[in-house]
Design a binder for this molecule. Structure first.
Ligand SMILES: [Fe+2]
Ligand SMILES: [Fe+2]
Length: 153
């Protein structure tokens, strides 16, 4: 059995706390897409700023997960989780690309009603994929550590 680093639960707790923070940020960004009509340029710019900040947090969060070793630790404890953990980490670049695509779409000089609809669909897809990602991540980690650390929702 792999030796257990005392800092593991600390890293793990940090990652799970970040999941909650990211969820709040995604919910905050969602309010911008609740209106079916195209917003003013300044509101679109504010939404872009929110999404850029979200992207930065997300990038940092993914790096922590990739370098923090807690998914590897889950695999070391339970090798059958290897496929799931690898698939989860492989989703990171695609999630960032989805967000980049949305930011790019909103950055166009003129946003038509059709473009706004597409942007809303982009956001909904990103949001659903992101939540599915974090859910499966939480599940792998919880299974790998095989104990409820009292940190999961
Ligand atoms: Fe992740
Ligand atoms: Fe995560």
């Amino acid at each position: 059995m792999a030796s257990i680093d005392r800092s593991d639960p600390v890293i793990l707790g940090h990652v799970l706390a970040e999941h909650r923070e990211l969820f709040q940020q995604i919910m905050a960004a969602r309010t911008a897409f609740q209106n079916g009509t195209v917003p003013s340029r300044s509101r679109v710019d504010a939404t872009i700023a929110t999404l850029r900040s979200l992207r930065e947090h997300l990038h940092h969060h993914f790096q922590l997960e990739e370098e923090g070793g807690f998914l590897e630790e889950s695999i070391a404890r339970m090798p059958r989780l290897s496929t799931a953990a690898t698939a989860i980490l492989d989703q990171h670049p695609a999630l960032l690309r989805e967000l980049d695509q949305l930011i790019g779409r909103l950055s166009a000089a003129e946003i038509s009603a059709v473009e706004w609809k597409l942007a809303t669909a982009d956001f909904d897809r990103f949001s659903a994929n992101m939540q599915a990602h974090e859910r499966s991540e939480n599940a792998v980690v919880q299974e790998g550590y095989n104990e409820d650390l009292g940190l999961l929702d």
